[in-house]
Design a protein. Sequence first.
Lengths: 287, 278
Amino acid sequence: MDWLEEQRQHLQALSDFSDRLIDGLLTTIQLTLLGGALAFVVAVALGLMAGAPSLWLRGPARVLIEFFRGISLLVLLFWMVYVLPLFWMANPDLPGEGLVRNTFLIGVVALGINYGAYGAEAVRASLTTVSQGQWEATTALSMSWPHKMRRIIFPQAWALMLPSLANLWVHLLKGSAIVYILPGVNDFTFELNNLRRPTDIWFSHALVGLVTYFVLALILTIFMQALEARAKHKLGRGPSLKEILSPDPPAIAPDAASSSTATLSTEKGSQARGETDASQTTGGGAR
Amino acid sequence: MPTPTDPAPAAVAEPAPASSAEPPVIEFVDVEKRFGDNVVLKDLNFSVRRGERVTLIGPSGSGKTTILRLVMTLEELTGGYIYIDGEPLTHQQRDGKRVPVPKKQQKKLRTRIGMVFQQFNLFPNMTVLENIIEAPIHVLGQSKKDAVAKAHSLLEQVGLPDKAEAHPTSLSGGQQQRVAIARALAMDPEILLLDEVTSALDPEVVGDVLNILRQVADTTNVTMLIVTHEMAFARDVSHKVMMFDGGRVVEEGHPEKIFTNPEHERTQKFLSAVLGES
């Protein structure tokens, strides 16, 4: 009976705290979305630079990637919150003091560049995974580097990089919890700590925290899987999103669905291709 | 660009139309290509006149494909010079030194060269039509209307008029290769490089693709450099056959002569092996 009584108190505390928990949840979601958006921009920019033919682009990109991958997020946050403002204290005339004092912004930027550096590696790697023949075809058609990248190579690499980026985004979501050390950023983890006081750590973190973060991560994963399915369909592999989401999915192999008019030799060919594709992108299988 | 007249269907191996005044369309001078310590081509000198169709034959590893890839600038030239229409493609001599040519110049020359690959290499993220019009619009600066009209007529020419909106992955290998030929021709190349274009195809569709290439040879004046194992095709369309072995030209000459009465023992052996098999 004690145990039941305790649970009732915990649920009462949960409902008392629900407003603050929802505020914290929104902060975490904002950090994840804005940090993720910045990380994506950083990843694509640095990844393209790191894959560029010119050493003047490749060199700086490598330095930045290695640096921001190498330093821990925690250290980066400390620097940005406690060391960066010192420059403004020493030189009160410097513009932009409001920005360095905005701890939420600092959280977004730190998450963005830290995870962006990881993402850059995924972007660069997937660019090199696009088959050599595709690169050669663009050369044979005299396409400039920006042109072939934008129109041919990146759209194909996109399908390959999505699983890695999805991974990193889920990491970023969970990594965003570390931002609760910043003064003034009351994210979900911060509020969980408040909830822990009237309840206990089992209830706050191991139950409410676990379930909430898991559901958030699940939403991200499903979203990214949808993006990946769409990207693959655009490359002529796998069913379209519409087909996947239709309530009555055709019970045949996805490859056969799109080319019912194919001859025998075509099917042989596309099967062989499908196999090599599958070996290239393990982990992104059909669902 | 003056185009020598050759409107009649190019009968088998007529001498290539050319005027002696203009420089060769392709000229190799002391070309050497090595991958690390492995010398693939050595002291290679030959030239191809405008409108000439030259087939390179020889065992695999003899450097035939490397020659095409050097012309397409897919490989770096490690020694010697290649001239396109008399202009240096990759390196030139200046003050007695071998220096790379400016990138801009190379790009300009490269637009005159088209290539069809063994593995087709169509862009899977685009439809057939988009594959064909992408470079004419964005590289040559053609209007979309012109490029689309040209693409449709080329698709007609390669026998795929109804596949413009199809996805490359939904096409058979033979169909993909025909689209790849149309894509290369859409750039109006002076030089067309054909790198074992039928080697990845099912035997039954090889004939279709070769017939399209025969037709291109008959109706245009494009200079062709061909690597193929289809000896009958080589005999039909080429003005000259060059036999390679170990990175050197063993024998070259009129296809009729090479195929019926090869002088060199190496050529005899190679041809009896290749022809005996089929």
